[in-house]
Design a protein around this ligand. Structure first.
Ligand code: K7E
Ligand code: CUA
Length: 867
């Protein structure tokens, strides 16, 4: 023990108290720390973020995938990536854009009739109930092609894409209102609302910005374009936005960065755009009463119809006291409303300050019609000073804000892009509290439910634009770097880096994992994109091929490990539609499907039906197969699409003369196959006996596996009847094939059954001491398992009971492991060497490892009945 701590203190930088209580007396840890050059702090950070195998995370993060047009899902604190959700971009893995139903979703995003196959995702938003995340829906915007997408958190699939009818780009979206009845989406680069050409010289007259208020039905999770409208705004280049909450519910807040309405024009000798658009000291925070405007939008006299959508003109909004401007420091970026809706924090990239506005002050100015002036479009401007709670200097390039658990006391976190820091400060007392360096150039930061009205604190994730020197280089473009920061202490503590190998994630949102309850399986035959039963739904026994003119419809099924039908023949030029249903009920038993050379792919989660369409315009033989390694017989899960040219005459190839088996030979093969099946069945029965005796039904996860296994086993009876019938008819050839099929079902049963048994053993065995755990690890890592299998005689003896076989056994085992050669001459060992024709090699274990292995072997003996 003394040795361990003296070693530790030579490398420790931080406090040692935590380590002494956390790590106990294991010398192994000190050894690893030394080998890997880890400090005590590193080890504490690892312990704070490590999730042991099989463990779960506390939070799930949805991060925008930037230019990949996708969403990334990962866990906190482990920072393990869990999923890519395809949104605006085809993603073959789940068949997105490669099967017909997902193509329909993707094509909802066509703009002016044209296909768009990528997106620039920026701001994901989680649906809310009373301002708190409810774990039901996720929406995200596409900045490049102004669109929103809706993802169902029941299965993490994109269900809807809507195109903004009037914007030519967007950015300040998506933001749910507190009960998810509406979603705000603000414009970015001003442009004419119609689709016509308008000269840039008419920028002030014909170019417009705005905010679209989308109607959303939180019950079904769909945006309703008919229940939506756009608020016309000046061409000020609207930016980030936020929806009011509690005190400010019903209002929206949107930044802008070009109140100068500068349009650049370096080609005509004008100073560049970025110079002109940041000339004024201030830009405008747009404050608008979307709730009242929503009601007004229902009266046709208040709206203009542009591109088949409702637009409320500025003068209507002004007349109804629904639109105001408040000056804000120039070129602002983030605007974030506090959980109680009372404070609105704005950060300007070109200003070192954060500006905190107070809603009650803004509201008072509005109610009293107390204006400092009007903008060129007649929008009332409120006095900045009178609207401000105060300003505080944070550092260079403040961008975005997140609230923590102590938001009521005023705690807020802000990213500093230029300084590459996160700053913790108090927005009520206007005081900086702490800063931490991040690597490098942070954009957004993500708190745990940090944008809801119920922030959890615990962590902040820094979403850094550059990684530079943090990872092994993978070319000139480095990964993005998400860094997890512990904010539970007084000082922020950087825990771990996570490289992100995708686009540039702008924002991420985090939700408690306990709030998500995704589906395990679909109702049999579901079209997952609509949630309804699929028109091509096919149940077992309904498989068929139908021809209607030159269109061939295949109604097929997939279940471990066959595709039914196995052969499809069509004519060259035929249209082909595969309707495929995954008949599995077993958890995670997904099958994929493709026909080689036709650029189609589907992923069928348990119960899902998909449609794949193509024209068989080339002649030939095309294998189709399951693309998920779904069982031991996955490679066998295949079939053939044969495409014949109807105008060609095919001459049959000379048949090869194959030697046929004699009757006696066939009989021998049949008997052998049956014998193998009988033996395999005996193994299955012994597993079943074990499972029953140990009450598998008490453990739901084990029970599910047993159900799956028996599901396969249940199919044997039918095959056996067919085999017997063939025997009766004298067709042993066929009988052998059916017996083989029986064997395949047995293998599948055993595959899952043994998994169930192993799981059950773990559940009912006595718990392992930490020494026994370390011993099992050492046993595995030391390569002992190469010769010894617990519970079985393998290429070495079974070690169950080894501690009973020798006198003074612990010492004997210790000495033998330490120096096997010293015992080669002992009669027992010599006998073993002769029997196995192998000598126990020296694995160079240290005393600690050997001690732990002995503890593990004791655990094995305690549970010997289970192996
Ligand atoms: Cu700052 Cu698009 Cu929210 Cu990027 S945005 S960082
Ligand atoms: Cu199904 Cu592989």
């Amino acid at each position: 023990m003394a040795n361990f701590f003296s070693k530790l203190s030579t490398v420790a930088l931080g406090t040692t108290i935590a380590a002494t209580t956390m790590f106990g007396a294991s010398g192994e840890l000190a050894k690893i720390m030394k080998q890997r050059g880890l400090t005590e702090k590193d080890v504490i950070h690892a312990a704070k973020t490590y999730v042991p195998t099989g463990g779960r995370d506390d939070y799930i993060v949805f991060s925008s995938g930037g230019q990949s047009g996708q969403i990334l899902v990962y866990g906190v604190p482990s920072m393990r990536i869990l999923k890519y959700v395809a949104v605006f971009t085809p993603e073959p893995w789940q068949g997105y854009g490669y099967d017909e139903d997902s193509k329909k979703v993707l094509r909802q995003g066509n703009i002016r009739g044209r296909e768009i196959n990528w997106g620039d995702t920026h701001h994901p938003a989680l649906s809310e109930k009373d301002g708190k995340y409810d774990g039901k829906w996720l929406v995200i915007n596409d900045k490049a092609n102004p669109r929103l997408a809706v993802i169902d958190l029941n299965d993490f699939e994109t269900k809807q894409i809507v195109v903004n009818p009037v914007f030519k780009s967007d950015h300040g979206g998506a933001f749910f209102t507190p009960n998810s009845k509406h979603i705000l989406e603000a414009c970015q680069y001003a442009a004419p609302f119609d689709n016509n050409y308008h000269p840039i010289e008419e920028y002030k007259e014909t170019y417009r910005g705005g905010v679209t208020v989308w109607g959303f039905n939180p019950k079904i999770g769909r945006i309703d374009p008919k229940d939506s409208f756009t608020i016309e705004m000046p061409p000020y280049m609207q930016d980030l936005s936020d929806a009011g909450k509690a005190a400010s519910d019903g209002w929206g807040f949107t930044n802008s960065f070009n109140s100068e309405m500068y349009t650049g024009g370096i080609e005509v000798g004008m100073p560049p755009f970025e110079a002109g658009c940041s000339r004024n000291d201030t830009d405008f925070l747009h404050v608008y009463n979307w709730k009242k405007l929503y009601k007004l939008s229902k009266d046709p006299k208040n709206v203009k119809i542009i591109n088949n959508s409702k637009v409320i003109p500025m003068d209507v909004a002004i007349k109804n006291n629904c639109l105001f401007l408040v000056p804000e420091p120039k070129s602002p970026h983030g605007v974030d409303v506090s959980p109680d809706g009372e404070y609105i924090t704005v950060c300007g990239k070109l200003d070192t300050h954060a500006s905190v506005y107070k809603w009650s002050k803004i509201k008072k100015l509005i109610d009293n019609h107390e204006y400092a002036g009007k903008d060129p479009y007649g929008i009332p401007i409120l006095d900045m000073k009178k609207a401000l709670h105060g300003q505080v200097e944070l550092g260079l390039g403040p961008l975005h804000n997140q609230y923590g658990k102590k938001w009521k006391e005023g705690i807020i976190y802000t990213s500093l892009y230029v300084d590459s820091q996160v700053v913790k400060w108090n927005y009520k007392k206007l005081k900086v509290l702490d800063k931490i360096n991040v690597h490098y150039n942070i954009g957004h930061l993500c708190g745990m439910e940090g944008k809801s009205s119920d922030p959890q604190g615990d962590y902040i994730i820094a979403l850094n634009k550059l990684a530079i020197d943090r990872f092994d280089p993978v070319g000139p473009l480095h990964p993005q770097n998400h860094q997890l920061i512990d904010i539970r202490g007084k000082k922020m503590d950087m825990l771990v880096d996570m490289p992100l190998p995708l686009g540039e994630p702008h924002q991420a949102v985090a939700i408690r994992a306990s709030k998500l309850h995704p589906e395990v399986r679909y109702k049999m035959g579901t079209n997952t994109k609509t949630g309804k039963l699929h028109k091509g739904r096919t149940l077992a026994g309904q498989e068929r091929v139908e021809r209607k003119g030159n269109h061939v419809y295949i109604y097929g099924t997939l279940v471990r490990s066959h595709i039914n039908p196995e052969r499809v023949t069509v004519n060259k030029g035929d249209k082909v539609t595969f309707y495929l249903t995954n008949l599995e009920r077993a958890e995670d038993e997904t099958h994929g499907f493709t026909v080689d050379n036709f650029d189609i792919h589907g992923s069928l989660e348990p119960g899902e039906t998909i449609e794949l369409d193509f024209t068989a315009d080339i002649e030939g033989v095309f294998p189709y197969y399951c693309t998920e390694f779904c069982s031991a017989l996955h490679l066998e899960m295949m079939g053939y699409l044969m495409v014949k040219d109807p105008n060609k005459k095919y001459v049959s190839a000379q048949k090869l003369k194959m030697k046929t088996m004699s009757k006696a030979e066939l009989k021998a093969e049949y008997d052998k196959t049956v014998a193998v099946n009988t033996a395999t069945d005996a193994v299955i029965q012994s597993v079943v006996k074990f499972l029953k005796e140990n009450h598998f039904e008490k453990y739901p996860t084990v029970k599910n596996l047993v159900t799956d296994a028996l599901d396969q086993y249940g199919k044997i009876k039918g095959e056996k009847a067919k085999s017997d019938k063939a025997v009766k008819a004298g067709d042993l050839e066929k009988a052998v094939l059916f017996e083989n099929m029986i064997w395949q079902y047995m293998v599948k049963t055993a595959d899952v059954g043994i998994r169930a048994k192993d799981l059950l053993v773990r559940k009912i065995a006595t718990p392992q001491s930490s020494a026994a755990q370390a011993g099992e690890r050492a046993f595995g890592e030391g390569g002992c398992g190469g010769c010894h299998v617990i519970g079985k005689v393998s290429s070495g003896p079974d070690l169950t009971g080894v501690l009973q076989r020798h006198e003074n056994a612990e010492k004997w085992v210790h000495d033998f492991v330490k120096n096997p050669a010293s015992k080669y001459k002992e009669p027992y060992v010599e006998g073993m060497i002769n029997y196995f024709n192998l000598r126990m090699p020296n694995q160079h274990m240290n005393d600690e490892e050997i001690k732990n292995i002995i503890e593990y072997l004791k655990w094995v003996d305690d549970n010997a009945n289970l192996f």
